[in-house]
Ligand binder design. Structure first.
Ligand code: PMP
Length: 410
């Protein structure tokens, strides 16, 4: 909500809750309708959308035909459809992020998982550590419950956990929660190292702070070795609240995800969800359940990993060819995003302004300040390499270069 709108609403005397002023919205999500309203051709590096080609549309149609019946159009159990819960837990037992059925609650995507975590743990005024840069929809959720955010730096090994004690000491407070995206972080693409995972768990216990472990991309590693999840490192840890989603591995429009918590916490999660939406979309859960039961999730993930690796390589090679020394980037081993930082003379360009020029030139990305609670990183931007084919990506990077040239000449 813009401050002008909010001022207008209070002038009209609407009895808004105090938290209404903290509902900051999402630049990332708003880009979906902004781009849809534009008539000219735009290469889409902005949203974290899976490739169209990566959504098994025909199979979803056929599965929908098979599984739809009266029991899929009635209310479902709040914790999730039993068919989905059992198929999911069985599948996860084969990964580096295993769990048990008494820990899992199916949610309306990862965003609802974040909302549940904050609703259960955050009081107004609580200190919440967030990564800098971060997925600002996640930090916005914490803000919507009145959190005060403490931005903590990232490097090529993820959140700089060893810097946290000093940062926290400077506030004179004890954090209530740590919001982290450990694998192929959104937006930087970096992964939290094993040593830092262990230290993070130690610090969380020292502070009695919950770790909101948001991991939509962990199953999309296309290079290197999987690291154990926080849960695998600290099994049964009640301070871990793990948020997962099918949005990136199947399709975001399904709105199906899950949270993985200590069984004692699960009843609270269910109670909180009952006060939100009763149950997650039942037909969508049955489509996902059937896909997993057919053994297709594993083969599908194999295909996605190969394709997203090809797309990351293609984006890196277009960046080298068209932007060369003008930028540096991270080099993610999985996931959807890389983080590009302008160098040399180009570093004076404001990526907020570059965003407007980029749109006019036919390329969309997320400017750095939209990915920082404090509006930092005006010399950086996030690119999603997953959505576009290598040919489209090359076109998009050339358009980005043109936009940079225009901004540099201003
Ligand atoms: N967390 C992170 C880090 C994400 O990147 C996303 C999706 N962009 C989400 C949560 C939200 O996932 P969903 O679309 O399933 O709500």
């Amino acid at each position: 909500m813009s401050t002008e709108n909010l001022a207008l609403l209070s002038r009209e005397g609407l009895p808004l809750a105090e938290r209404a002023g903290s509902l900051v919205g999402s630049v990332i999500d708003s880009s979906t309708s902004l781009l849809a309203s534009m008539k000219h051709d735009i290469v889409r590096f902005a949203m974290g959308s899976p490739a169209n080609e990566a959504v098994p549309l025909e199979e979803f149609r056929e599965i929908a035909d098979t599984v739809m019946g009266h029991d899929t159009f009635t209310y479902g159990a709040t914790e999730g459809e039993p068919r989905l819960l059992s198929a999911l837990v069985e599948y996860l037992s084969t990964t580096s992020d295993p769990t048990d059925e008494d820990r899992v609650t199916i949610t309306a995507g990862g965003m609802q998982g974040l909302d549940l975590a904050c609703k259960i743990f955050i009081n107004p005024g609580d200190l919440v550590i967030v990564e800098s840069p971060t997925y600002t929809n996640g930090s916005a959720t914490a803000l919507s419950y009145g959190a005060q955010l403490l931005e903590a730096p990232l490097d090529e090994n993820g959140l700089v956990v060893e810097a946290l004690p000093e940062l926290v000491a400077a506030t004179g407070r004890t954090p209530k929660a740590i919001y982290t995206i450990p694998n192929f972080q959104n937006p930087s693409g970096t992964t939290l190292s094993l040593e830092r995972r262990e230290l993070l768990l130690e610090l969380a216990h020292e502070w009695n702070a919950v770790i909101i472990d948001d991991d939509p991309y962990g199953l999309l590693r296309f290079e290197g070795e999987d690291l154990p999840s926080l849960q695998a490192l600290s099994p049964g840890d009640p301070l871990l609240f793990s948020v997962r989603t099918f949005s990136k591995i199947l399709a975001p429009g399904l709105r199906v995800g899950w949270v993985d918590t200590h069984p004692a916490l699960r009843q609270l999660v269910i109670n909180a969800k009952q006060a939100m939406d009763t149950c997650t979309n039942v037909p969508a859960q049955h489509i996902v359940a059937e896909f997993i039961r057919r053994g297709r999730l594993d083969t599908h993930l194999g295909d996605l990993r190969a394709e997203y690796r090809r797309r990351r390589d293609a984006m890196q090679s277009s960046i080298r060819q068209h932007l060369g020394e003008r930028v540096t980037t991270t080099n993610p081993e999985g996931g959807f995003f890389l983080w590009l930082t302008l160098q040399g003379a180009d570093a004076q360009i404001s990526t907020r302004r570059l965003f407007e020029t980029g749109l006019a030139e036919g390329v969309a990305f997320i400017p750095g300040p939209a990915l920082s609670a404090e509006g930092r990183f005006d010399d950086a931007l996030r690119l999603c390499f997953a959505t576009s084919t290598p040919e489209r990506t090359d076109q998009g990077i050339q358009r980005l270069r043109r936009a940079m040239d225009i901004e540099l000449a201003r």
